[in-house]
Design a protein around this ligand. Structure first.
Ligand code: PMP
Length: 396
């Protein structure tokens, strides 16, 4: 069996979730828009699921939840729909330099539509600078979109302060909560997000379903036009098995999140402690202000890609960065924003833990990684000659 340490890219569906979904493929197949009994039962189940998602984020009312096809769509609906809704008020939007690729590309799209988009920089730990954010705000600013945490380096953003700033300036605050959703409890009463992106798979529900939370009184322009489902903001027949699975996943996680996050943090800290014993290895991101399941390293003289392939041969499955950005050959935009050099950003290894990670998985990577790093450094033309000699001696 492989050791899987890429939970940020994809998570298995929890078996309890899968059980809850099954009847919705067969006997409970009704469409909530139908007026007969099948439709009536589907409507009840849909609203119960909506209530569970509201409870998951402590939203006062389930009417504030719009089901979507996933985080990409929620980001599109929240940001593009929000921008179009406020077009008369202003044309300026602020995102951060280290947003998920879906948000970066929404920024580019909105620029083509005539909006002005600013990108707030981050410090070397990947945390946004509140002063710089405030200075970017103008009378034209209508929306700020900053994720709760980085999906690559796990850096936790000061969302409470950002929401206060946005409120003071009467600007909508959207946040993509996907990277922290499985390990840090969300409470929209405590942090008054105006719009919040949620994903089902990131909490061990099925892929292809997500939600957008909208604070009371907030509406966005639809980007999918059709039968007017989801309060007219997201047309299309509801994905009932997916929504039921998402709600079950949220119910399970709400009960288990603190215990789960504490368990993962212990494993993750052991991983970091042991990996940093390898000479000239570094942790990317912040040592403490990071999601409990994220570790992101870099190693001098070698590339992340070579490490990934060597680990794969040992049946340890890892990533070098965001799966969604893997189609570009560019180094990670997140690491570059943190001030890393091109070659440093190419040398990174992203390890994300999850519900089914066990201590023996961590022990396996700790056991094989030092030898792999040594072998690759021996082969690397970048390794300095004194270190090379030492490594060759160790290898023999
Ligand atoms: N935002 C973040 C932070 C992500 O990590 C991802 C990918 N899991 C997405 C958005 C997009 O999610 P999806 O591919 O499910 O639409």
């Amino acid at each position: 069996m492989s050791v899987y340490l890429d939970y940020q890219a994809a998570k298995p569906v929890d078996p309890r979730v899968f059980e809850a979904m099954k009847p919705y493929f067969t006997k409970n197949f009704g469409n909530p828009s139908s007026l007969h009994n099948y439709g009536f039962h589907a409507t009840n189940d849909l609203e119960e699921a909506r209530q569970k998602i509201a409870e998951f984020i402590n939203a006062p009312n389930s009417d504030n939840i719009i089901f979507t096809s996933g985080a990409t769509e929620s980001n599109n609906l929240g940001i593009i729909g929000g921008a179009l809704r406020n077009k008369k008020k202003g044309n300026h939007i602020i995102i951060s330099e280290i947003e998920h690729i879906s948000i970066l590309n929404i920024g580019k799209y909105l620029e083509k539509q005539g909006f002005r988009v600013s990108r707030v920089p981050v410090d070397r730990f990947g945390i946004i600078n509140l002063g710089k954010l405030e200075r970017l705000i103008t009378d034209e600013t209508i929306l700020i979109s900053i994720s709760t945490a980085s999906n690559e380096i796990g850096s936790i953003q000061p969302v409470e302060e950002i929401s206060q700033l946005a409120q003071k300036k009467n600007i909508w605050f959207h946040s993509d909560a996907v990277a922290s959703e499985s390990t840090i409890p969300l409470d929209v009463e405590k942090v008054p997000f105006d719009l919040l992106t949620l994903s089902s798979n990131d909490i061990y529900g099925p892929r292809g379903v997500g939600a957008l939370y909208l604070k009371k009184g907030i509406r966005v322009n639809p980007i999918l036009i059709g039968g007017g489902q989801e309060h007219g903001m997201r047309s299309g027949s509801e994905n009932m098995p997916g929504i039921i699975g998402f709600a079950k996943a949220a119910e399970i996680l709400k009960a288990e999140i603190n215990e789960e996050a504490a368990r993962l943090k212990i494993l993750r800290d052991k991983l970091i402690r042991e990996v940093l014993k390898i000479p000239k290895s570094y942790l990317n991101g912040h040592a403490e202000r990071r999601t409990p399941n994220n570790a992101n390293f870099r190693f001098d003289y070698i590339e992340g890609e070579s490490l990934l392939l060597s680990l794969k041969d040992e049946k340890v499955e890892v990533a070098t960065g965001s799966a969604c950005s893997s189609k570009t050959l560019e180094p990670s935009h997140t690491l570059m924003s943190c001030g890393l050099l091109h070659e440093e950003a190419h040398g990174s290894l992203l390890l994300t833990l999850g519900r089914f990670t066990e201590e023996k998985d961590i022990d396996k990577i700790i056991k094989v990684l030092p030898g792999i790093v040594r072998k690759l450094r021996i082969l690397s033309p970048l390794t300095p000659s004194d270190l090379l000699k030492k490594l060759q001696e160790e290898e023999n």
